[in-house]
Ligand binder design. Structure first.
Ligand SMILES: Cc1cc2nc3c(=O)[nH]c(=O)nc-3n(C[C@H](O)[C@H](O)[C@H](O)COP(=O)(O)OP(=O)(O)OC[C@H]3O[C@@H](n4cnc5c(N)ncnc54)[C@H](O)[C@@H]3O)c2cc1C
Length: 299
């Protein structure tokens, strides 16, 4: 399952974190960061207040990444429930904190994923408008979302690809995908994306599976299909966390290895603010930690 040296040299990784909601979670996040930065990610990203929460936790987390780690840090940004002026003021706060890279998103209504979305009358209607707005505000690096298995609100994959094209045309630099487990489907999706004239990198979002039962609930809301082979791989490990973690690391490493063989070179790993599983995946692929970079995060 390990990649050969050539393949490893080609591969770039990024890590996604979320702002902690308690003191204990805060400790867990920074412990994970201090361990994961040794893998030299190209960048890390911090999610932005889902369900209408404020910018404060994201800003605090992003600021600490920038001030106390060597990691290039992107902030997610949503435009839900905000006027354009309010969004611009948020962008300004992040710019002052040193943010140069945004993951620009529409976001979900505070009523939760799947509830009908109503844009703010004075705000950006969707992520493609937000990308255009960001391009006017500054010379930011801009990532956006992509949905290989389609967004739950989308009519079909073609509507999703149309939205991705608008985001790319408005200046997005790359797309990070919703997590998925069906590489054949991703390859077909990517062919359609390229056929639509979209040339930006489409970076697979990889979710190492800590708990398949919990993931199934979450995946349903995101529209991610859980293939039957995962039930088979995890069968019998419910009460055996160590063996389960080994299977999880094998599954995610095998997914990355297979995608790398199909020519994919960048991967965005959803860390869930924990390091052991992500580190096990990268170890399985043959990557080596760079201990020289480990100072700073746990300040
Ligand atoms: C990599 C990644 C990171 C994310 N980070 C965050 C985060 O930090 N915070 C957060 O709150 N959420 C986050 N999300 C979730 C995201 O906010 C939701 O999926 C949201 O519903 C759509 O936002 P978007 O930017 O993808 O929307 P858009 O790109 O604007 O639209 C996504 C798709 O939905 C369809 N669509 C959009 N609007 C409509 C409509 N009105 N009617 C029909 N179809 C429509 C379009 O076909 C489009 O392709 C993330 C998602 C991904 C993949």
């Amino acid at each position: 399952m390990a990649l050969n040296q050539d393949a490893r040299n080609r591969i770039g990784i990024s890590f996604e974190f979320f702002p902690p909601k308690s003191e204990e979670a805060e400790g867990q996040l920074w412990k994970a960061v201090s361990e994961l930065q040794d893998w030299n990610p190209d960048f890390v990203s911090v999610t932005y207040g889902a369900g209408g929460t404020t910018k404060a936790p994201t800003l605090a987390t992003v600021s600490r990444f920038i001030s106390s780690t060597p990691l290039a840090t992107a902030s997610h940004l949503t435009c839900v429930g905000a006027t354009k002026e309010e969004t611009h003021s948020v962008v300004e706060s992040f710019r002052k904190a040193g943010v140069k890279h945004f993951v620009a998103l529409r976001g979900d209504t505070p009523d939760g994923v799947g509830a009908p979305y109503t844009p703010h009358p004075g705000g950006y209607a969707n992520a493609s408008e937000l990308v255009a707005g960001l391009r006017e505000l500054g010379d930011f690096e801009i990532s956006v979302s992509a949905y290989p298995e389609k967004h739950p609100e989308s009519r079909d994959v073609a509507a999703d690809i149309d939205m991705l094209k608008r985001k790319a045309d408005n200046g997005a630099d790359r797309a990070l995908t919703q997590f998925f487990f069906d590489n054949d489907n991703f390859e077909r999706y990517l062919e359609k994306v390229r056929a639509a004239g979209i040339t930006i990198p489409v970076v697979p979002g990889i979710m190492p599976i800590m708990n398949l039962t919990q993931l199934k609930r979450f995946a349903g809301a995101c529209g991610t299909v859980i293939p039957a082979f995962l039930d088979e791989r995890f069968e019998g490990y419910d009460d055996k966390p160590e063996e389960r973690a080994k299977v999880a690391a094998d599954v995610a490493a095998a997914q990355i290895e297979d995608l790398a063989r199909r020519g994919i070179s960048d991967f965005h790993l959803y860390t869930m603010n924990r390091s052991p599983l992500v580190s096990a995946v990268l170890t399985n692929l043959g990557f080596k930690r760079n201990a020289a970079q480990s100072a700073g995060a746990a300040a």
